[in-house]
Design a binder for this molecule. Structure first.
Ligand SMILES: Nc1ncnc2c1ncn2[C@@H]1O[C@H](COP(=O)(O)OP(=O)(O)OP(=O)(O)O)[C@@H](O)[C@H]1O
Ligand SMILES: [Mg+2]
Length: 248
């Protein structure tokens, strides 16, 4: 049996808005195995970003438990554990300081490493993402959205996470830039990194992920191995999502 790297047990998150309660997460449980790519799909407001934020310790659950390699980290902010999970967001441009050249981001990540070692490390990661090292001399607005997002992934990988949490990481990009990123992300499987890939796009998610969970209104309505879910969806809502992909 493969090692479980992350476990979420009965996660509930209630937000209060204008005196009303909203269950953004309504009893979500999930298990992520080492090296596994798990997709989470669902309509807007279904709780996809909320679950990622809680896994990454950016918000606190109302109830439920979080475990990293069997060790509970619910409600605490264990720096070491959270470092092992890196997030990649939808808007690549917004995640970089527009005034700084790309090369600056690496100074933050490896503050005490000798310059040559830093550069060698970053060049290796750039290569993995199909990026030229000349890009390090550019500012975020001098490169394409797709390149900028791949830079954001390089930055996340440089911290050497064990889990990559991608929230709509390809959604702002055109189809060809999406395909390039998905291609590079697939290759990360060889590195035995684990990933949760959140997207409203079932087609992209199914091309990348081993297993998919379908969220609706804070609940998981269906989950399964990707091929089974696509070829033989059990729930009406999954069938609706699939038919909208086929129409496109
Ligand atoms: N900090 C917050 N305060 C209040 N309500 C919130 C907060 N964060 C999320 N919500 C609500 O929780 C629900 C789930 O939001 P979430 O952002 O997780 O949806 P999502 O599935 O990521 O949607 P999208 O596809 O549009 O990104 C929404 O109704 C949202 O308005
Ligand atoms: Mg979201």
């Amino acid at each position: 049996m493969e090692e479980t790297i992350l476990e979420v047990k009965n996660a509930v998150r209630i937000y209060k808005k204008h005196g009303k309660e909203l269950k953004a997460l309504d009893d979500i449980s999930l298990v992520l195995k080492k090296g596994e790519f798990l997709g989470i799909v669902g309509e807007s407001g279904s709780g996809k970003s909320t679950i990622l934020r809680h896994i990454a310790c950016l918000d606190k659950l109302t109830s439920g438990n979080l475990f990293f390699k069997g060790e509970e980290y619910t409600g605490s902010k264990p720096q070491q554990m959270c470092k092992k999970m890196q997030m990649v967001f939808q808007d690549p441009l917004g995640s970089f300081d527009p005034h700084l050249k790309m090369t600056n981001i690496y100074k933050e990540i490896y503050p005490i490493m000798p310059a040559e070692d830093k550069l060698a490390k970053i060049e290796e990661l750039l290569g993995q993402m199909g990026l030229d090292k000349e890009l390090l001399d550019k500012r975020p607005n001098q490169i394409s959205g797709g390149q900028c997002q791949r830079m954001a992934i390089v930055r996340a990988l440089a911290i050497e996470p064990e889990i990559l949490l991608c929230d709509e990481a390809t959604s702002a990009l055109d189809v060809s830039a999406q395909a390039i990123i998905v291609g590079h992300l697939s290759k990360l499987k060889e590195k035995v990194i684990s990933m949760i890939f959140v997207s409203h796009d079932l087609a992209i998610t199914s091309s990348l992920c081993d297993r998919i969970m379908v969220f609706r209104k804070g609940k998981c309505v269906e989950e399964g191995e990707t091929r089974r879910l696509i070829e033989d969806p059990k729930e009406e809502y999954t069938k609706e999502l699939l038919s909208s992909v086929l129409k496109v």
